[in-house]
Design a protein around this ligand. Structure first.
Ligand SMILES: *[C@@H]1O[C@H](CO)[C@@H](O)[C@H](O)[C@H]1NC(C)=O
Ligand SMILES: *[C@@H]1O[C@H](CO)[C@@H](O)[C@H](O)[C@H]1NC(C)=O
Length: 369
């Protein structure tokens, strides 16, 4: 008994000593081990498989860096929003922004903004709008691997009918299709009284004559043009999303579940004008979504940081004021429900710059019915 106790004391001392000597190494290893486990759990959750151990090690390091960034942000920052670990957690911000390395923007010279704005004389707008509650918004979709973004065609400043346009975005990935479809679903629900999920894949496959280039990018206005010329879009169910460029299924494309008669651009750089439009229907907006904070946005009112180099198409489906009095736009994204607030983001509204946060007021447009 005594001997055993004595032994226990020695082993405890030895353990403490070893722990002290190895303290730093041990800590690091333990930390890495738990991070490794987290990475493994994350891989399982998102169905990630890496091609070899080297790739896995590389992805682990990126994952670790991102997790550390997210946790440091959430612990330290006195911000109105939180970040979270999502499906993009093993991508560096650079990789996140440019899924297609080396892609060069194509010409966007065909873009001409419309000048009529049917909501210009709207005087009273509600203080809060949420089109989801009015049955004008379909569930969150996921554009998946069909590119997340990008790329802006850099042009000189162009003055079109009084609108000064600094850069004309050709948005790479299919986000343009999701944005245009969500706005079309919205106006169709409001005018026809029936919410129908419509086909992005039809736009990706068939809207290839103008600026729009399927997974290589497009513009919401050009998507509206296609829908008008095609006399509508088929349903999501009949022409389902595949996430890759495909051959246009002319048979399905000829069937139309909903149509629009025209589209209009919201006067640029004017959040009040955007509010008038969003008060009346869901509106397609282009934003700069390239920052790390956007990549990992989880909840709250997003206040930046971000620039105004428009690279992503989303849909403003409402606006409101948060509990702490911050005005926000309610924005529907197409990155699944794991990202943000169940797939949505609330972005600060009424900022100092006329372009709006992340340029949200620069290139807004909506279909008419
Ligand atoms: C944190 O935010 C609150 C409320 O917005 C503000 O009053 C306070 O000054 C901020 N603190 C720091 C350190 O920025
Ligand atoms: C807005 O009001 C002005 C002045 O009454 C009028 O000329 C214009 O046509 C109106 N715009 C719309 C879209 O109704």
């Amino acid at each position: 008994m005594v001997a055993k106790k004595h032994f226990n004391h020695i082993s405890l001392a030895m353990l403490l000593c070893m722990t002290f000597l190895a303290f730093q190494v041990t800590c690091r290893t333990l930390q890495d081990a738990s991070m490794y486990e987290r990475h493994e759990q994350w891989m399982t959750r998102y169905g990630k498989v890496y091609k070899d151990p080297q790739e896995r090690e590389k992805r682990f390091r990126v994952f670790k860096e991102n997790v550390n960034y997210i946790e440091a942000f959430n612990n330290a920052a006195n911000k109105s929003y939180k970040l979270g670990i999502n499906q993009f957690a093993d991508l560096t911000n650079k990789e996140f922004i440019a899924p297609r390395n080396g892609f060069k923007g194509h010409m966007c010279s065909s873009i001409i903004r419309t000048t009529t704005f049917k909501f210009e004389n709207v005087t009273a707008t509600p203080s809060t709008v949420d089109w989801r509650q009015k049955g004008a918004v379909t569930p969150i979709k996921d554009q998946g691997q069909c590119g997340k973004f990008l790329i802006i065609c850099f042009t000189n400043q162009i003055k079109l009918n009084g609108y000064l346009t600094t850069n004309l975005p050709c948005i790479v990935g299919c986000c343009w299709a999701f944005s245009a479809v969500a706005a079309t679903e919205g106006i169709h629900a409001l005018s026809a009284g029936k919410l129908i999920s419509l086909s992005e894949q039809e736009l990706v496959d068939c809207d290839t004559k103008g600026v729009d280039q399927g997974c290589e990018g497009g513009l919401m206005d050009d998507a509206f043009k296609f829908i008008i010329q095609n006399h509508g879009l088929n349903t999501e169910a009949n022409y389902p999303y595949k996430g890759v460029d495909g051959k246009c299924n002319a048979n399905e494309a000829a069937k139309n579940a909903a149509t629009i008669t025209g589209y209009e651009d919201v006067p640029a750089n004017n959040e009040m004008a955007l509010q008038k439009a969003v008060a009346n229907q869901p509106v397609s907006v282009a934003i700069d979504a390239s920052g790390s904070d956007f990549q990992f946005y989880k909840s709250g009112v997003f206040t930046g940081s971000c620039g105004t180099e428009l690279d992503h198409g989303v849909t403003a489906v409402g606006y409101g004021v948060s509990d702490d009095g911050t005005e926000y736009w309610l924005v529907k994204n197409s990155w699944g429900t794991e990202w943000g607030e169940e797939g949505y983001i609330r972005m600060q509204r009424g900022v100092d710059s006329e372009e709006g946060l992340c340029g949200i007021a620069m290139q807004a447009s909506y279909p008419t019915a």
